[in-house]
Write a protein that binds this ligand. Structure first.
Ligand code: AMP
Length: 423
């Protein structure tokens, strides 16, 4: 809980104005801690996941610099470089800067793969204030001498844990080697595993550290449940859950996670065939297809999105009320990222995980990572008590009492309300 208001932070008038327009009154914990440090010019090591308001925590101080020290950018250069693991996140970060910076004149562009490079090269010709990029394509354009990093003043590495999971360590190191020594660096990661801390040490200078524990998000704002069942019961339970969700919450959106691209396609098709409008996003879809699917999802035209982990990264949709783990992820951190797609900006959300026999080990790893047992939701037609017993959950986990059989079970572990956000 923080009692700082945005007005108490030394942010310039055009930023205060946009915050008023957006109706942001109370900074989120990461904003309250990081913004003053960044305004003093400190490097920052931030341990926070998406959904905590971290984009504004770095965008506002950077925009403040653009406002206070406006400079015409040099050809092919950028004043700020934000590196993100995926194009979706790059687009999202770019949009956030556009929103927060609407009263600050600055030029920005995005660089990511999967689309033609010519517009990106043209956009860099005269230089920009802000460049948001994914590592692979950025390196391509640097090697072709279309981008020059020698004038970077602010360097932001976003979602570093994901970046490393996706195999970008070498690319990131190559990019860092091209940056000037004199710069302010910001490093954000949802977890601080030893390899991540090692990387941070090579990039940051005497950093301030800000940590927003993921437990706050997972334990308090998201109602988590696990269902024990046979693998072939997953589809009928999903349908029942989605029908219940549609009745209970009208417009609320659902993201269903599948482990494979093929599984995501199959599931979206079978949901459509059962009269539940659904779409799939995954790495095999073109950028245009993904953007179209996301747009339809945000508008509520297809209220169910079936996604793989990589594709869902950076999807920032406020009205996601339910996340279903149709397959449990084999990396426990992915669970935290997945359920962080709901309960954005202090809203409440629900995350239901399906666990079949083959996935018991994944569930154990997840519970170790989040340091709590996930409450059981047994009150459905496909509950498999033997599996629940096998997990050993029967003795220690809190039994979740479902209010009905249509999927509206509510556990008692909810927070009383959000401590940051809009009025
Ligand atoms: P992020 O963690 O940066 O992806 O932000 C999560 C969501 O919170 C975004 O939709 C932001 O628009 C929203 N948000 C960020 N900061 C605030 C704030 N102080 N008050 C209300 N909403 C916010």
């Amino acid at each position: 809980m923080t009692d700082t208001s945005f007005e108490a932070l030394p942010l310039a008038a055009p930023l205060q104005r946009v915050l008023r327009e957006l109706d942001y009154t109370i900074p989120s914990p990461i904003q309250a801690q990081a913004i003053p440090l960044l305004l003093q010019g400190r490097d920052l090591l931030g341990c926070a996941q998406t959904g905590t308001g971290k984009t504004a925590s770095f965008a506002l101080p950077i925009l403040q610099a653009f406002h206070l020290q406006p400079k015409g950018p040099s050809a092919r250069c950028c004043r700020t470089l934000v590196l993100t693991p995926t194009r979706e996140l790059a687009i999202q970060v770019g949009k956030s800067f556009t929103t927060y910076g609407r009263h600050v004149p600055f030029k920005q562009t995005l660089i990511y793969g999967g689309v033609g490079q010519v517009p990106q090269v043209n956009a860099m010709r005269n230089g920009v204030d802000l460049l948001v990029a994914t590592p692979g394509r950025l390196l391509d354009l640097i090697e072709q001498r279309h981008v020059d990093l020698s004038k970077v003043e602010f360097f932001v590495l976003d979602e570093v844990d994901r970046m490393l999971d996706m195999g970008f360590l070498r690319d990131v190191k190559k990019i860092v080697a091209l940056l000037p020594a004199q710069r302010q660096s910001l490093f954000f990661s949802a977890t601080l595993a030893p390899n991540i801390v090692d990387l941070a040490r090579t990039i940051l200078r005497d950093p301030a550290q800000v940590s927003i524990a993921p437990e706050t998000t997972t334990a308090e704002k998201i109602q988590q449940q696990v269902c024990f069942l046979n693998r072939d019961a997953k589809r009928p339970l999903l349908e029942q859950l989605l029908r219940g969700q549609a009745q209970a919450s009208g417009q609320k959106l659902t993201i269903v996670f599948s482990r494979t691209k093929h599984g995501a396609n199959k599931l979206a098709k079978s949901l459509c065939a059962s009269g539940i409008p659904a779409d799939a996003i995954h790495g095999n879809k073109s950028q245009a297809q993904r953007e179209k699917a996301l747009d339809r999802f945000k508008k509520g035209l297809t209220p169910v999105l079936v996604a793989t982990d990589v594709a869902a990264r950076g999807v920032d949709v406020k009205d996601v009320g339910l996340v279903v783990n149709f397959d449990l992820p084999n990396e426990p951190e992915a669970y935290v990222h997945r359920i962080g797609r709901t309960a954005r900006a202090g809203a409440e959300g629900r995350a239901v995980s399906f666990c079949s026999e083959e996935e018991l080990e994944f569930l154990r790893e997840i519970e170790k990572t989040i340091r709590m047992p996930i409450p059981r939701w047994d009150d459905h037609d496909w509950h498999l008590e033997t599996l629940a017993q096998q997990h050993g959950n029967g003795r220690r986990a809190q039994q979740v009492q479902a209010s009905s059989r249509n999927g509206n079970g509510r556990s008692g572990r909810r927070s009383s309300g959000r401590s940051w956000g809009r009025r």
